[in-house]
Design a protein around this ligand. Structure first.
Ligand code: PMP
Length: 298
């Protein structure tokens, strides 16, 4: 199949025609705002999951970076749908990115043009296994007084990469990062949940990305009578949990069966994790119309 077209500054271009200048500010200094959005096949056609919320976060991240955006929320939602439609794909991953182009390489980006692209990738699984073994990283999550945590910005992912490299070097699938106070924060690209005595717990907002999947799971859990607590979690809480899992657009719901040397539960995917993954799957694929509010059909 031909590579999907890329939406770039207002028009669709061929995959191999996407070119940017080597002095692009964002390449050198990591200042780009981006999102990951999945689209799924549903009974009523192809739908982007929580498109409005993702575009809202994208524009917020760009605003935090001081970027001047020529497109409105509505226009970007339309472009996202157009890009998905043009790809001919039934499910996949959409990556919108707003970045500064050609520059004089000064650290103040004021003279650089702001570019917007939307790229489509086939993306089945982010973490290759059905369940993962994670290592508590020696790298802490970026301090919330160093960067605004509510933004999703390219440069932050250098912190994620160091954690992943170290985890893989030590034979684990993924890392789990603590915050500057020693509480559990999140994965390199995922939020973190545990189950203890049938209660679902997740780190409160403040030192983590406010994940859209996290928000969806909290709502779905509450709708199904599951108690949800957002609070500081110690590494021991994570290690002594009955179940643990990651959430994220890429990761969806990824069960965690080992944290450091500790096996979680009986080392198999837990019942509540399975239940929530099933309910989430029904929401994204339009099988549960209660959550149709989260679907944007292309
Ligand atoms: N934390 C980080 C650091 C991430 O990169 C992501 C992926 N966007 C998440 C959490 C999960 O966020 P979401 O559910 O909105 O994809």
């Amino acid at each position: 199949m031909a590579k999907p077209k890329i939406w770039f500054n207002g028009r669709l271009i061929g995959w191999n025609d996407s070119k940017i200048h080597l002095t692009s500010y964002s390449l050198h200094y990591g200042a780009a705002a981006f999102e990951g959005i999945r689209f799924y096949q549903t009974k009523k056609g192809i739908a982007l999951f929580r498109l409005k919320d993702h575009i809202k976060r994208l524009l917020k991240s760009a605003e935090i970076l001081g970027m001047n955006i020529r497109y409105s929320q509505k226009e970007l939602e339309k472009s996202a749908k157009l890009t998905v439609k043009a790809s001919g794909m039934k499910s996949g991953y959409l990556r919108p990115i707003i970045f500064y182009g050609e520059s004089k390489l000064f650290v103040h980006a004021k003279d650089s043009r702001v570019n917007i692209a939307m790229i489509i990738l086939p993306w089945e699984k982010y973490l290759q296994n059905n369940s993962v073994r994670v290592m508590i990283s020696k790298y802490i999550r970026i301090h919330p007084k160093s960067v605004p945590m509510e933004a999703k910005i390219s440069g932050y992912y250098v912190n994620s990469l160091f954690a992943i490299l170290d985890a893989r070097k030590n034979g684990y699938d993924e890392a789990l990062l603590l915050d500057h106070n020693g509480y559990v924060a999140e994965g390199p690209a995922e939020n973190f949940f545990i189950v203890k005595n049938n209660v679902l717990m997740t780190p409160q907002l403040g030192n983590i990305l406010p994940g859209i999947t996290r928000d969806s799971i909290i709502e779905i859990a509450k709708d199904n009578g599951i108690e949800v607590i957002e609070k500081n979690l110690k590494p021991e809480d994570a290690k002594n949990s009955d179940e643990a899992f990651f959430t994220g657009t890429g990761a969806e719901i990824t069960p965690i069966v080992q944290i450091g040397k500790s096996m979680i539960g009986n080392g198999k995917i837990g019942l509540m994790t399975q239940k929530l993954a099933g309910l989430f799957g029904d929401a994204v694929s339009g099988k549960n119309m209660k959550y149709e509010k989260w679907l944007d059909y292309v």
